[in-house]
Design a binder for this molecule. Structure first.
Ligand code: SIN
Length: 286
C-alpha cells in the first residue's frame, strides 16, 4: 500500500483564533501524519479552515471518522439520504438562521462533542460569514482575581431552552420549524467546570456560553447572570475573534472546547446551504 505523505501546512488566520490548512486535498484520504498535524492545529488554534475542496458526502463522513465517532444530530434536519450529515439551510424567503448567536455546540451534553466539520455547499453572493472566538484568549486575559474565582466554579448547561418544547425561538416566532425539530429529545442538562483544560493543547479555556449555559452550580439564575454577562462581554471582544468568509468548497472544522461561533444573518433573500458533521468528544475536566 502506498504511504500517504504529509504535505499539510498550518497558516494562522488571526492572532488569537483559527488557522488555514494548506496543501491537503480532502477528496482523498490523508496520512496519519497529516491527521496529527490537523488535530494539533485544531487544539492550538480552535478552528481550522480549508479552501477550494471537493468533498463528497462519503468523503465528508470518512474525514470526520478519522477524528472520532460521528454524532448524529438530534435536532437538525439532515441532508436527504445522509442521516449522519446535518443540514444548515436558509432559503431566500426565510428570516431566521440557525446558530445566529454566540454559542458552543453540545455544552448541554455531559461529554460534549469535540466539534463540527461544516462544508459550504451554496453561499450567498455576499454575507453569511461565521465568527469564531477563542476561549483560550478569553480566559488568559482575565484578571488573576477573577481567574481564581472561576477556577472553583461549575456551571449548568441545557438543551431545553434552545431545542425543547419551550424553546426561545418559538417565543420569538422564528421560522425555524422544519429546519429544527425533535423537541421531545431536548432533555439534556450537564454540569461542567467554568474553566476547562483542553484535551489536546493542555491550555485553560473559558467554558460558558450565551447559547446553552443557564447558571453557576449552587447559584440562582439571577445571581449568575451579572457575572455571566461580564464574561460574555469580555469573551466577545473583537480581538479574540476571526470572521470567516465562505465560498462553495470552503470548510471550517471547529473545536467546541476552545471556541465559540456565531453565524451572521445578513443575506436576506438569498440561499445558504451548509453540510455539518459533528465528531464525538471525550470527558472534559478542569
Ligand atoms: C452552527 O452553529 O452550526 C451554524 C454555523 C454556520 O452556519 O455558519
Amino acid at each position: 500500500m502506498t504511504e500517504l505523505s504529509n504535505t499539510a501546512r498550518v497558516v494562522k488566520a488571526s492572532p488569537n483564533v483559527g488557522a488555514f490548512i494548506e496543501g491537503v486535498d480532502l477528496s482523498e484520504d490523508f496520512s496519519d501524519q497529516t491527521l496529527a498535524v490537523m488535530r494539533q492545529a485544531l487544539g492550538d488554534h480552535g478552528v481550522i479552515f480549508f479552501r477550494d475542496q471537493t468533498l463528497s458526502p462519503e468523503r465528508h463522513i470518512a474525514m470526520a471518522e478519522r477524528f472520532g465517532g460521528v454524532n448524529i444530530n438530534r435536532f437538525f434536519a439532515h441532508v436527504d439520504g445522509w442521516p449522519a450529515i446535518a443540514e444548515v439551510r436558509k432559503e431566500p424567503e426565510q428570516k431566521a438562521n440557525i446558530g445566529g448567536g454566540w454559542h458552543t455546540d453540545h455544552s448541554y451534553d455531559q461529554i460534549p462533542a469535540l466539534g463540527s466539520i461544516l462544508v459550504a455547499r451554496e453561499t450567498p453572493t455576499i454575507g453569511g460569514d461565521t465568527l469564531f472566538a477563542s476561549m483560550y484568549a478569553a480566559y488568559d486575559t482575565l484578571s488573576d482575581g477573577l481567574k481564581a474565582t472561576l477556577d472553583g466554579l461549575k456551571a449548568v448547561h441545557s438543551s431545553r431552552h434552545v431545542f425543547g418544547k419551550a424553546a426561545r425561538y418559538k417565543d420569538r416566532n422564528e421560522d425555524l420549524n422544519g429546519r429544527l425539530g425533535n423537541e421531545a429529545a431536548a432533555t439534556q442538562d450537564a454540569v461542567h467546570p467554568v474553566v476547562i483544560r483542553h484535551p489536546i493543547s493542555g491550555r485553560k479555556a473559558l467554558y460558558v456560553n450565551p447559547g446553552f449555559t443557564l447558571h453557576f452550580e449552587g447559584w440562582t439564575a439571577e445571581e449568575s447572570q451579572p457575572l455571566l454577562d461580564t464574561l460574555y462581554a469580555h469573551a466577545a471582544r473583537q480581538e479574540f475573534a476571526y470572521r470567516f468568509q465562505w465560498a462553495p468548497g470552503s470548510i471550517a472544522f471547529w473545536d467546541n472546547r476552545a471556541t465559540w461561533h456565531m453565524a451572521l444573518n445578513d443575506y436576506q433573500g438569498e440561499r445558504r446551504v451548509m453540510h455539518r458533521i459533528t465528531v464525538e468528544g471525550e470527558p472534559i475536566a478542569a
